[in-house]
Design a protein around this ligand. Structure first.
Ligand SMILES: Cc1cc2nc3c(=O)[nH]c(=O)nc-3n(C[C@H](O)[C@H](O)[C@H](O)COP(=O)(O)O)c2cc1C
Length: 175
Protein backbone atom coordinates (compact mmCIF):
# COMPACT_ATOMS: atom_id res chain seq x y z
CA UNK A 1 0.00 0.00 0.00
CA UNK A 2 1.17 3.54 -0.78
CA UNK A 3 0.80 6.66 1.34
CA UNK A 4 1.64 10.23 0.40
CA UNK A 5 2.12 13.02 2.94
CA UNK A 6 1.64 16.48 1.39
CA UNK A 7 2.79 19.44 3.47
CA UNK A 8 3.02 23.22 3.26
CA UNK A 9 5.60 24.91 5.49
CA UNK A 10 7.13 28.35 5.95
CA UNK A 11 9.67 27.81 8.74
CA UNK A 12 10.13 24.03 8.55
CA UNK A 13 7.94 22.99 11.48
CA UNK A 14 5.13 21.46 9.42
CA UNK A 15 7.81 19.89 7.20
CA UNK A 16 9.35 18.20 10.27
CA UNK A 17 5.90 17.01 11.43
CA UNK A 18 5.21 15.67 7.91
CA UNK A 19 8.48 13.69 8.04
CA UNK A 20 7.52 12.29 11.45
CA UNK A 21 4.07 11.32 10.13
CA UNK A 22 5.80 9.64 7.19
CA UNK A 23 7.94 7.62 9.61
CA UNK A 24 4.84 6.55 11.57
CA UNK A 25 3.03 5.45 8.40
CA UNK A 26 5.98 3.29 7.34
CA UNK A 27 4.68 0.59 9.67
CA UNK A 28 2.02 -0.18 7.01
CA UNK A 29 2.77 1.82 3.85
CA UNK A 30 5.38 2.69 1.27
CA UNK A 31 5.58 6.39 2.06
CA UNK A 32 6.42 9.50 0.10
CA UNK A 33 6.59 12.90 1.82
CA UNK A 34 6.28 15.84 -0.60
CA UNK A 35 6.00 19.58 -0.32
CA UNK A 36 2.82 21.03 -1.82
CA UNK A 37 4.84 22.55 -4.68
CA UNK A 38 5.99 19.02 -5.65
CA UNK A 39 2.61 17.31 -5.20
CA UNK A 40 1.61 16.99 -8.84
CA UNK A 41 -1.61 15.01 -9.48
CA UNK A 42 0.41 11.94 -10.57
CA UNK A 43 2.14 11.85 -7.16
CA UNK A 44 -1.14 11.08 -5.39
CA UNK A 45 -2.87 9.31 -8.30
CA UNK A 46 -2.33 5.72 -7.07
CA UNK A 47 -2.01 6.40 -3.33
CA UNK A 48 -4.11 4.39 -0.86
CA UNK A 49 -3.82 7.14 1.78
CA UNK A 50 -3.15 10.87 1.46
CA UNK A 51 -2.27 12.90 4.57
CA UNK A 52 -2.29 16.68 4.10
CA UNK A 53 -1.16 19.44 6.45
CA UNK A 54 -0.01 23.02 6.72
CA UNK A 55 0.57 25.86 9.17
CA UNK A 56 -2.30 27.78 10.74
CA UNK A 57 -2.27 31.38 9.53
CA UNK A 58 -4.85 33.94 10.72
CA UNK A 59 -7.02 31.18 12.25
CA UNK A 60 -7.08 28.99 9.13
CA UNK A 61 -5.21 27.87 6.04
CA UNK A 62 -2.54 30.20 4.66
CA UNK A 63 -3.09 32.61 1.79
CA UNK A 64 -0.53 34.29 -0.50
CA UNK A 65 -0.71 37.41 1.73
CA UNK A 66 -0.02 35.49 4.98
CA UNK A 67 2.84 33.54 3.38
CA UNK A 68 4.36 36.85 2.32
CA UNK A 69 3.94 38.15 5.89
CA UNK A 70 5.61 34.98 7.21
CA UNK A 71 8.64 35.51 4.95
CA UNK A 72 8.86 39.18 5.97
CA UNK A 73 8.69 38.21 9.66
CA UNK A 74 11.59 35.80 9.15
CA UNK A 75 13.72 38.63 7.74
CA UNK A 76 13.91 40.15 11.22
CA UNK A 77 17.29 39.09 12.62
CA UNK A 78 15.95 38.58 16.17
CA UNK A 79 13.76 35.62 15.21
CA UNK A 80 16.51 33.45 13.67
CA UNK A 81 13.92 31.67 11.52
CA UNK A 82 14.91 30.04 8.24
CA UNK A 83 12.35 30.06 5.46
CA UNK A 84 11.71 26.90 3.41
CA UNK A 85 12.87 27.15 -0.24
CA UNK A 86 9.35 27.11 -1.71
CA UNK A 87 7.68 29.19 1.03
CA UNK A 88 6.33 31.76 -1.40
CA UNK A 89 5.11 29.11 -3.83
CA UNK A 90 1.56 27.79 -3.98
CA UNK A 91 -0.08 26.79 -0.71
CA UNK A 92 -2.60 24.06 0.03
CA UNK A 93 -5.53 26.31 -0.93
CA UNK A 94 -4.12 26.75 -4.45
CA UNK A 95 -3.22 23.05 -4.62
CA UNK A 96 -6.79 22.03 -3.83
CA UNK A 97 -7.99 24.54 -6.42
CA UNK A 98 -6.22 22.61 -9.17
CA UNK A 99 -7.05 19.13 -7.86
CA UNK A 100 -9.63 16.72 -9.27
CA UNK A 101 -11.65 14.16 -7.32
CA UNK A 102 -9.96 11.32 -5.43
CA UNK A 103 -12.07 8.65 -3.70
CA UNK A 104 -9.11 7.80 -1.47
CA UNK A 105 -8.62 7.59 2.32
CA UNK A 106 -7.19 10.79 3.76
CA UNK A 107 -6.39 12.69 6.94
CA UNK A 108 -5.59 16.32 7.80
CA UNK A 109 -3.14 17.92 10.20
CA UNK A 110 -1.75 21.34 10.98
CA UNK A 111 0.73 23.19 13.12
CA UNK A 112 -0.48 26.02 15.32
CA UNK A 113 0.21 27.87 18.53
CA UNK A 114 -0.45 26.30 21.90
CA UNK A 115 -3.90 27.14 23.27
CA UNK A 116 -7.57 26.31 22.78
CA UNK A 117 -8.31 25.96 19.06
CA UNK A 118 -11.27 28.30 19.49
CA UNK A 119 -8.72 31.11 20.06
CA UNK A 120 -5.87 30.00 17.78
CA UNK A 121 -7.93 28.62 14.89
CA UNK A 122 -6.64 25.53 13.10
CA UNK A 123 -5.81 25.00 9.46
CA UNK A 124 -6.55 21.26 9.66
CA UNK A 125 -10.28 21.91 9.85
CA UNK A 126 -10.17 23.69 6.47
CA UNK A 127 -7.88 21.02 5.04
CA UNK A 128 -10.33 18.28 6.08
CA UNK A 129 -13.23 20.21 4.53
CA UNK A 130 -11.34 20.63 1.24
CA UNK A 131 -10.37 16.95 1.24
CA UNK A 132 -14.07 16.04 1.51
CA UNK A 133 -14.98 18.51 -1.23
CA UNK A 134 -12.53 16.64 -3.49
CA UNK A 135 -14.06 13.25 -2.78
CA UNK A 136 -11.47 11.98 -0.26
CA UNK A 137 -12.72 9.74 2.57
CA UNK A 138 -11.45 11.49 5.70
CA UNK A 139 -10.75 8.66 8.14
CA UNK A 140 -9.40 10.56 11.17
CA UNK A 141 -10.19 13.67 13.18
CA UNK A 142 -8.01 16.63 12.10
CA UNK A 143 -4.95 16.79 14.36
CA UNK A 144 -2.85 19.77 15.47
CA UNK A 145 0.83 19.80 16.42
CA UNK A 146 2.00 22.73 18.48
CA UNK A 147 4.64 25.42 18.10
CA UNK A 148 5.92 27.95 20.63
CA UNK A 149 5.41 31.71 20.32
CA UNK A 150 8.90 31.75 18.74
CA UNK A 151 7.69 29.40 15.98
CA UNK A 152 9.63 26.36 17.18
CA UNK A 153 8.03 22.95 17.65
CA UNK A 154 7.14 22.22 21.25
CA UNK A 155 9.08 19.30 22.78
CA UNK A 156 7.93 15.80 21.75
CA UNK A 157 5.56 16.97 19.00
CA UNK A 158 7.50 14.95 16.39
CA UNK A 159 7.16 11.84 18.59
CA UNK A 160 3.45 12.54 18.97
CA UNK A 161 3.12 12.94 15.18
CA UNK A 162 4.87 9.61 14.59
CA UNK A 163 2.60 7.87 17.11
CA UNK A 164 -0.54 9.51 15.64
CA UNK A 165 0.43 8.29 12.18
CA UNK A 166 1.30 4.78 13.38
CA UNK A 167 -2.18 4.52 14.97
CA UNK A 168 -3.77 5.85 11.77
CA UNK A 169 -1.87 3.22 9.76
CA UNK A 170 -2.85 0.42 12.15
CA UNK A 171 -6.53 1.42 11.96
CA UNK A 172 -6.47 1.39 8.16
CA UNK A 173 -4.64 -1.95 8.07
CA UNK A 174 -7.35 -3.53 10.26
CA UNK A 175 -10.28 -2.11 8.26
C1 LIG B 1 1.22 35.35 9.14
C2 LIG B 1 1.07 34.35 10.25
C3 LIG B 1 -0.16 34.18 10.88
C4 LIG B 1 -0.30 33.25 11.91
N1 LIG B 1 -1.54 33.09 12.49
C5 LIG B 1 -1.70 32.12 13.43
C6 LIG B 1 -2.99 31.88 14.01
O1 LIG B 1 -4.00 32.53 13.69
N2 LIG B 1 -3.10 30.89 14.92
C7 LIG B 1 -2.02 30.13 15.33
O2 LIG B 1 -2.19 29.24 16.16
N3 LIG B 1 -0.79 30.33 14.79
C8 LIG B 1 -0.61 31.30 13.87
N4 LIG B 1 0.63 31.51 13.32
C9 LIG B 1 1.75 30.66 13.75
C10 LIG B 1 1.89 29.51 12.77
O3 LIG B 1 0.88 28.58 12.97
C11 LIG B 1 3.28 28.90 12.87
O4 LIG B 1 4.17 29.86 12.35
C12 LIG B 1 3.36 27.63 12.06
O5 LIG B 1 2.65 26.59 12.68
C13 LIG B 1 4.77 27.20 11.86
O6 LIG B 1 4.76 26.19 10.87
P1 LIG B 1 5.80 26.24 9.67
O7 LIG B 1 7.18 26.33 10.30
O8 LIG B 1 5.63 24.96 8.97
O9 LIG B 1 5.50 27.41 8.82
C14 LIG B 1 0.81 32.46 12.31
C15 LIG B 1 2.04 32.63 11.68
C16 LIG B 1 2.18 33.56 10.66
C17 LIG B 1 3.52 33.72 10.02
Amino acid sequence: MRAVVVYESMYGNTHRIADAIGAGLETAFDVRVVSVSQAMPEVIADADLVVVGGPTHVHGMSRASTRKAAVQAADKPAGGLKVEPDALGPGLREWFGSLGDYPVKAAAFDTRMHGPAVFTGRAAKGVARMLREHGFHVVAEPESFLVTKQDRLEPHEQDRARDWAAKLAAGIKQS
